[in-house]
Design a protein around this ligand. Structure first.
Ligand code: ZN
Ligand code: ZN
Length: 165
């Protein structure tokens, strides 16, 4: 049993819940993926192991795991909610509007934002969910070559192409 699943089951028990096979399976799926899964991806993987687990069970289980702080639900603009395991500190997301890749931002880039907010506004126990969206290098280059796709990129000339890749 993964450490994550084991410590999760301890927390469940402490709060008066049992680690049912369904809960264990869903925790495993989220742990093993180590990614941002949509509910469809989760149910696909769970039902591969046990087709009898219904979508509503998965929804209910995710709600519980979310409430207990074991699973994190990310709502990114224009995207269905995605789930990932909660532990870990860096939870700021950089998302590509083209290919929808999701990357965790390096927390250090934010400097002392946490402390600064606390001092300036007197807010405590802050949680910070930063979402930055744009185009990844590959998608951006594609857009430069086919400016007709999407918004117009007036004034952009591609006479010289600095090779950054
Ligand atoms: Zn994430
Ligand atoms: Zn992209």
């Amino acid at each position: 049993m993964h450490h994550y699943v084991k410590s999760s089951s301890e927390l469940l028990r402490k709060r008066g819940y049992r680690l049912t096979p369904q809960r264990s399976m869903i925790l495993n799926v989220i742990h093993e993926a180590d990614a941002h899964l949509s509910i469809e991806q989760i149910s696909e993987r769970v039902q591969q192991q046990n087709p009898a687990v219904s979508l509503s069970t998965i929804y209910r289980t995710l709600e519980l795991l979310k409430e207990l702080g074991l699973v994190r639900e990310n709502r990114l603009p224009g995207e269905p909610p995605r789930y990932e395991r909660a532990p870990g500190k860096a939870h700021h997301h950089l998302i590509c509007r083209g290919c929808h890749v999701i990357i965790h931002l390096d927390e250090n880039l934010l400097g002392n934002l946490h402390e600064d907010l606390q001092q300036q506004y007197g807010f405590h126990g802050l949680t910070l969910d930063l979402v930055a969206s744009g185009y990844c290098q590959a998608c951006w280059q594609k857009r430069q070559s086919f400016p007709s796709a999407g918004e117009s990129t007036a004034g952009m000339k591609s006479t010289s192409t600095p090779d950054e890749s």
